[in-house]
Ligand binder design. Structure first.
Ligand SMILES: CC(C)(COP(=O)(O)OP(=O)(O)OC[C@H]1O[C@@H](n2cnc3c(N)ncnc32)[C@H](O)[C@@H]1OP(=O)(O)O)[C@@H](O)C(=O)NCCC(=O)NCCS
Ligand SMILES: [Zn+2]
Length: 432
């Protein structure tokens, strides 16, 4: 047995804390009483014939991110979500459960990206207090005795590609099935998932389509993913890619600030560090046939995830003056609503100046309601005569038809009790 592991198992020190395991055991006693055989005793498990290889990172809740149910898939988790560590389990899964699909998922902000090589990892183990350096023999970890490999990740996209290539080379693994690689954007504890790399199966036409619809701007390291067309405009989802240099982050923030100053008509207001602060979901319209660049945005919506209640907060929505009243604002809201439904968010919220009539009428049209009145929220901002705000919110559970939201009054259904509550919490919104 690994001597470090044995030492840990044998240690009999007095713990200065109450082990969390005790709490787990207590929870399990509650769970066992409500155990539902119908859910867990599915005969044909995993019923979706999918295996997911993913990092062990504690923030990644695959069940919620991918909308999975117990019994549907095999999940193999390890540090980094690496294929090589997963092979033993994967071979058995494929032998026993008619695997038809494999997903390999690596993620941003992964602990394995904090080191650029094996030497650094070894050095950090050696300096850790309590490590017995003479027992540090990481060669057990490797397939190559002379070259211990902790598999650090220096390029996230490349590590996914490497694992796809390694899959293809491994004769133990099924080759006539769908194998796809993904990177997961671990922003503020939850994530959106973007397919980045192509499958081993699939035809050339499919591959070229994926390539065409994605483009990365070198100066900003922003990836543009084409979503849809709307009249003369093209709608893109923008992704702040992992591994941006300081210069790229500076440039994207500068161009976002310039856009926000122009669209909000606030040339002297600062909008600092926008991409770090609010980029879980970035949606932008560009005029067809212009150069795709963060310098050429015509309409923009930036939202971030509020992890405490799994909601989306819209930090900014704005359309350049000459492009307003063409339906772009509506379309952006419509799209973030779809995004929130897909991400299983609880609600969408934002703040608006109580005098911003066009924005407020847009939000009402999309089923948002005033939840709170905040006097002085926009202190120092002279855009409107008063600086008070409404907190507007849309409960996702109230959406009855996601395709007609913002277009039909029946798309969002708000109960009379809920309407009464809004009126009570926000009387200012109903007086003028
Ligand atoms: C608010 C804003 C984003 C709306 O964008 P837009 O692309 O012009 O909006 P749309 O064309 O989709 O119009 C949607 C709805 O907004 C409302 N609206 C838009 N312009 C309006 C105006 N001048 N007067 C009254 N209502 C208006 C209407 O309800 C309209 O729906 P309708 O066309 O069915 O009547 C845009 O005016 C803007 O960028 N303003 C400056 C930035 C800002 O204030 N952002 C909001 C911060 S909370
Ligand atoms: Zn990780």
């Amino acid at each position: 047995m690994n001597s470090i592991l044995a030492a840990a198992l044998n240690s009999s020190g007095v713990f200065p804390f109450k082990p969390f395991i005790d709490q787990c055991c207590a929870q399990n006693a509650v769970y066992a009483r409500t155990y539902d055989e119908k859910i867990y005793d599915a005969r044909d498990s995993p019923s979706k014939h999918l295996v997911i290889i993913c990092c062990m990172d504690a923030r990644i809740d695959l069940f919620r991110i991918l909308g999975l149910q117990p019994g549907e898939v095999h999940i193999i988790q390890n540090g980094g979500g690496r294929l090589r560590d997963a092979v033993r389990s994967l071979v058995c899964s494929q032998a026993l459960s008619h695997t038809k699909e494999v997903m390999i998922i690596h993620h941003t902000d992964c602990g394995f990206t904090y080191f650029s090589n094996n030497k650094q990892i070894l050095a950090s183990l050696r300096v850790r207090t309590g490590t017995r350096t003479e027992q540090l023999n990481p060669s057990q970890l490797s397939y190559d005795e002379d070259d211990p490999d902790f598999m650090p990740i220096t390029d996230l996209e490349q590590s996914v590609r490497d694992d796809l290539a390694e899959y293809k080379k491994n004769p133990l693994l099924k080759q006539d099935i769908i194998v796809r690689g993904f990177t997961l954007w671990t922003v503020m504890a939850l994530a959106t998932i973007e397919q980045q790399y192509h499958t081993l199966s699939g035809n050339a036409k499919e591959r070229s389509m994926i390539r065409q619809s994605q483009f990365t701007e070198r100066l900003t390291n922003i990836e543009f993913i084409h979503l849809t067309d709307y009249d003369d405009y093209r709608l893109y989802k923008l992704i702040h890619k992992y591994g941006s240099t300081q210069a790229q982050t500076f440039t994207v923030n500068k161009w976002l600030e310039e856009y926000l100053q122009e669209s909000f008509e606030t040339p002297n207001r600062y909008y600092p560090n926008t991409v770090q602060w609010c980029s879980t979901t970035m949606l932008a319209f560009f005029i067809r046939n212009t150069t795709l660049s963060m310098k050429n945005i015509n309409a923009l919506l930036l939202a971030r995830l509020e992890a405490y209640d799994n909601s989306k907060y819209i930090c900014y929505i704005s359309v350049l003056k000459e492009h307003r009243q063409n339906g772009l604002g509506t379309k952006l809201l419509n799209e973030i609503i779809k995004d929130a439904i897909q991400a299983k968010n609880s609600r969408i919220s934002l703040h608006a100046n109580t005098e911003n009539k066009s924005a407020l009428s847009l939000y009402l049209k999309c089923g948002m309601r005033c939840m709170a009145y905040i006097p002085g929220y926009y202190f120092g901002d002279q855009t409107y005569a008063t600086q008070n705000a409404f907190t507007m919110t849309l409960q996702i559970k109230n959406i009855k038809n996601s395709t007609t939201v913002c277009h039909s009054t029946t798309a969002v259904e708000i109960s009379s009790q809920e309407e009464a509550l809004y009126k009570q919490q926000c009387p200012q919104a109903f007086t003028g």
